[in-house]
Design a protein around this ligand. Structure first.
Ligand code: SIN
Length: 344
């Protein structure tokens, strides 16, 4: 019989789950990341924690950061990645539960799932209401995350919110206010948590995994080493009336700014790009900027017809920019990780 390690680390990075408002009736005017994750754990019912102990599981906690996740970025990612690698290498550690703000949890989840080669569960969770709310959602989400962390079928990085387990690859925040704010789109959820039991639909590794030209080890070294700024990659959206002026402006060198290395264009529909923006992207490409396309649609991904990546059938020049099967902000991370392994 396989003996599972018994320790679960509950690590905090901030977010609304650790948010505090001046009034309990206030679900939106609060300071995210103002409580310690230890305080959040204290809000869980004693009996729930006793049940974990009965299963032979004990928890310890640590605040890795306390930020509003709108401000998430390379510095905190470096800390999180370094700590996770230490914890996951410890044979006593069975899983890590990582609390995070809802606003960018999908980006951190994607980054971690791409960089960490682990079968141990890294279960991310969050909340839409602050810890001080009359009826907060954080404690239930944290309990569900602990249930997933204890489940023998759990593998790798996932996000648990509102009773749903999402794959890092698919999860997106799709609502600014509702408690059920996340969707896995047409990929569908990995599992549901019901009364502390996990009902699986997929194994995490059965889900699609993005396979860009990312050198994991050198990207980890780059991020954790924190030696230089990340390659600068910006996201632009194509839309009716687009001009491409923004693309031209982004390419202009500016004192104190890293030179632009890449652009992800969130195209209309099947990744199409307004012709004015298309021209600007060609100019950017001519200046050595890497350009990728994806779709600005919430569901699905760019579909290639007969292998052609062209945006216009009539004049059919070979497309300069490949399409990636990721939403814009995950595509941006994928490009930054890819560029970390290349010289500027
Ligand atoms: C944040 O993302 O840190 C604030 C919003 C939230 O967690 O819901």
């Amino acid at each position: 019989m396989q003996v599972l390690a018994s320790k679960i680390i509950v690590a905090g990075t901030g977010g609304t789950i650790a948010g505090r408002a001046a009034a309990s009736a206030d679900n939106i005017g609060y300071q995210a990341g103002s409580l310690s994750v230890g305080d959040v754990l204290q809000t869980l019912p004693r009996q729930a924690m006793d049940r974990l102990v009965e299963q032979g599981v004990y928890t310890s906690w640590e605040d890795v950061a306390q930020v509003d996740s709108k401000d998430m970025g390379p510095q905190v990612w470096a800390l999180v990645l370094a700590r996770l690698r230490q914890w996951l290498a410890d044979p006593e550690v069975r899983a890590v539960v990582l609390t995070h703000g809802t606003d960018t949890i999908e980006e951190t989840a994607w980054l971690l799932s791409t960089l960490l080669e682990t079968h141990k569960p890294v279960v991310m969770t969050c909340a839409m209401r602050p810890a001080t709310a009359w009826v907060p959602d954080g404690p239930q989400n944290l309990l569900d995350a602990l249930a997933v962390a204890c489940d023998p079928q759990a593998r790798g990085v996932c996000v648990v919110a509102s009773g749903v387990v999402h794959a890092a690859q698919w999860v997106q925040k799709v609502h600014p206010y509702q408690l059920d704010a996340f969707s896995s789109g047409d990929g569908g959820p990995l599992a549901r948590v019901e009364e502390g039991q996990v009902r699986w639909f997929w194994k995490n590794e059965e889900k699609y995994h993005f396979s860009a030209d990312i050198n994991r080890e050198s990207a980890i070294e780059f991020i954790v080493g924190n030696r230089s700024p990340w390659p600068r990659v910006e996201v632009v959206f194509s839309h009716a009336g687009a001009t491409g002026h923004g693309v031209d402006a982004l390419c202009e060198p500016r004192e104190g700014f890293e030179p632009l290395r890449g652009l992800v264009v969130a195209g209309t529909g099947n990744g199409t790009v307004h012709e004015a923006m298309d021209q600007a992207l060609r100019r950017a490409h001519g200046r050595g900027v890497l350009v990728w396309r994806c779709s600005r649609c919430v569901n699905g991904q760019v579909v290639h017809a007969g292998g052609s990546l062209n945006t216009r059938a009539k004049d059919s020049p070979p497309a300069l920019w490949p399409a990636v099967a990721l939403p814009p902000f995950k595509a941006r991370l994928a490009m930054a990780l890819t560029l970390m392994g290349q010289r500027a």
